[in-house]
Design a binder for this molecule. Sequence first.
Ligand SMILES: *[C@@H]1O[C@H](CO)[C@@H](O)[C@H](O)[C@H]1NC(C)=O
Ligand SMILES: *[C@@H]1O[C@H](CO)[C@@H](O)[C@H](O)[C@H]1NC(C)=O
Ligand SMILES: *[C@@H]1O[C@H](CO)[C@@H](O)[C@H](O)[C@H]1NC(C)=O
Length: 167
Amino acid sequence: MEVGRKIIVCLLMIITMGSYRIEGREPVLHRVGGGRYTWDPKINFTNWASNEHFYQGDWLYFGFDKHIYNVLEVNKTNYEKCVDKGFISNITRGGRDVFQLLEAKTYYFLCGRGFCFHGMKVDINVEPLPPDNASPIVPEKACSTRKMNQIKLSSVLLVLAMTWIFL
Ligand SMILES: *[C@@H]1O[C@H](CO)[C@@H](O)[C@H](O)[C@H]1NC(C)=O
Ligand SMILES: *[C@@H]1O[C@H](CO)[C@@H](O)[C@H](O)[C@H]1NC(C)=O
Ligand SMILES: *[C@@H]1O[C@H](CO)[C@@H](O)[C@H](O)[C@H]1NC(C)=O
């Protein structure tokens, strides 16, 4: 009973550590809308985006039917007014399209052909990387050092957890 509860607490701790490691370290792929084909008028993208953290170097994934929808990057004015003319870039390719958030700024995306008026728009506020991982995309060296640290940290945690469970 007691040991069982301790094991659960430990598992929760390990899971928490895991998600800390993922967030903001390696570039993350964000599925816009939360799923495989969720660039869709049914989704509330404001709600979706407010539960995500976007860091410089992360990727967006847009999954949609290319015969119906598209994805355009626009400026703030056109975003607010749902204007799909004079866009900054056209992200539409095959309907499983990605876009890398290279700058720490707000990006604006919408679906043309009138779907923006049905809520198919999203603004993505990209935060700069924390200083301890200022080199997000590049070197293998930083990666391996980081992995080493993670491995060390995990083993220390594991030993602590085992000690705690069996004492
Ligand atoms: C946004 O782009 C439109 C043209 O597509 C332009 O007329 C407008 O001035 C731009 N707004 C800003 C804030 O850059
Ligand atoms: C965006 O690009 C796709 C694929 O290249 C093309 O089929 C589509 O017409 C473009 N959309 C606009 C609005 O330019
Ligand atoms: C999304 O949800 C928020 C709050 O839950 C609401 O204020 C907003 O109007 C919704 N947006 C759309 C496009 O339905």
